[in-house]
Design a protein around this ligand. Sequence first.
Ligand code: HEC
Length: 303
Amino acid sequence: MRSAPWPLVLLGLLVGVARGLAVAATVPELLETYECTRCHRLTSPHRLVGPSLWRLGERADAATIRAAILEPDAVVAPGYPPGVMRACLQANGFYRDIQRQPALLERIVAFLAGASPAPLPLASPQPAAMHPVPAGEVRTATGQAVVVPAFAIDATPVTHAAFERFIAAGGYRSKAYWHPVGWKVVVRRRRRTHPHAWDPQAAPAQPVTGVTWYEADAYCRWRGAALPSTLQWQRACLAVRDWFGAAGKAGDHWEWTAEARWQGGASATSLAQRCAATVPAYPAVEHAQVGFRCAVPLPAAPR
Ligand code: HEC
């Protein structure tokens, strides 16, 4: 995979993301993510499968709009068949997501009612199990010095138990967490509901491996984080004490980075070499020796 700019764009967007939600999107983006715009026009009075939501606030108040979303079959707009909206929103994970994150629903209701949307509550950018890494320099493969801004990264590779929570929370049923290609290839085409070689009996603290880049990416987004860039990974490896000790396995454990590369598994003579070791990989492959961690950007330290 070419080192496309989108993972970096994604990282940028992740600042201020709410825990559990993919990317802090605008309400129109959310309405697209949850397929509302498949059935509703937002900017014109034309009907589609459902009534136009354009200027909805002029004919319905917030409470009515909320009820129409939560109970589509109880509050059916005249002339439309019941059941269509509910089925679609159940399938794409909307109801589960707003249950976990009621602010999401309130933003949508406020937007449709015409009031100014309330901001999403901010996630704690640094859960306990993450290491803060201050801004600092690393050398790229070509020997160039690059400054990596401050970020926090998981202290250990994502464990089997942690990934299981993602599965149980409907991670494989909610498009919102997935890169569009990952959703298409991994969830739709391969019909995955868990990683390919998932072993329910595996030790909970064991690093999860055998996941495609898309699954690793979706898991991190679900947590309101992102895969670390290759440079972030390298920086953390050099800055965090006992980095490889935490991985538990010397020499054969690689980790995904945002650019869909594998990092850190080479047996090298020096720490610097091992931290910098990286190989390009294909994002749709899974490998029994490849796991991952997640990272979040941190605000720059005040000067
Ligand atoms: C599969 C098509 C479909 C999808 C997807 C869909 N809706 Fe609907 N929606 C409908 C239909 C049909 C109705 C009218 C019948 C009903 O209420 O069930 C409706 C009614 C509504 C109403 C009441 C409108 C009025 O004029 O009273 C609101 C509000 C609404 N939808 C919001 C949403 C939102 C927000 C989403 C996305 C989170 C969404 N809908 C997704 C089909 C859909």
